[in-house]
Ligand binder design. Sequence first.
Ligand SMILES: Nc1ncnc2c1ncn2[C@@H]1O[C@H](COP(=O)(O)OP(=O)(O)OP(=O)(O)O)[C@@H](O)[C@H]1O
Length: 267
Amino acid sequence: MALLSVENLNIRFGNSTAVDGISFSINEGEVLGLVGESGSGKSVTSLAILRLLAPSAAMTGTIHFDGHNLLELSEKQMRARRGRDISMIFQEPMTALNPAMTIGEQIAEAVRVHHPKLNKAEVKDRVLESLNNVALPDPTRRSKDYPHQFSGGQRQRIMIAMAVVNQPRLLIADEPTTALDVTVQAQILRLLRDLREQHGLSMLFISHDLAVTAQTADRVAVMRHGHILETNTAAELFRAPQDDYTRALLAAVPTMHTDRTRPLATL
Ligand SMILES: Nc1ncnc2c1ncn2[C@@H]1O[C@H](COP(=O)(O)OP(=O)(O)OP(=O)(O)O)[C@@H](O)[C@H]1O
């Protein structure tokens, strides 16, 4: 059975439709990529899963997670799931991190919200373990530092540590590497792959970049103007794209295997 199953999800803001009857599912341990241009409805979809959209958003359809329709849960029931069963990371870690608190305190707070009975030493152990999991160097000392004392890539690691500290079953990663330079981007993608391998984390990986998505996801859903145009394994999508828009996205992907000695027309 799918861990997450979105069926016929429709999201409107007043008269404008942001998401128009989309369906997709994520199996246990699977990474689904959601790829599409700006404004296609990717972020709105992820916020709907966490029930974090403004009350002005009108939603129909179902979002089943672990057997429950999230759209029918009370706010209290949803709060118990956010950050514990389902976590999210964003493009810009500074929006998720509090600049006035040390990173250790912030991750500890994320632990205590869902595990109020743990004592101080147990919380501290979990904080250091999560910083170890994301390979932040010297976690004991650095947990006492503030967000601005880290590089962009380190901040992204810290946000990931905070997102996975309670061992969620689903991680929603919304453009997690877009703001990073290419080398750091590759390191963060590797980290996400490692976390998935080591902890069986399921993931919804959102990006406008098909190449990055294909490196990370098992299956990819291509989204445009609030619709999902096609969903396929990353390999099949590259081999035999079904939709013109997917073909256009693929044409924009630089290939490592291009033989530059051949004239362009024969490629
Ligand atoms: N609070 C809101 N009120 C009204 N319209 C909104 C609101 N949030 C999003 N939208 C609209 O919903 C549509 C989908 O936006 P969304 O942010 O999901 O796109 P996206 O694919 O994530 O793009 P980006 O990569 O730029 O974040 C857009 O047309 C956007 O203007």
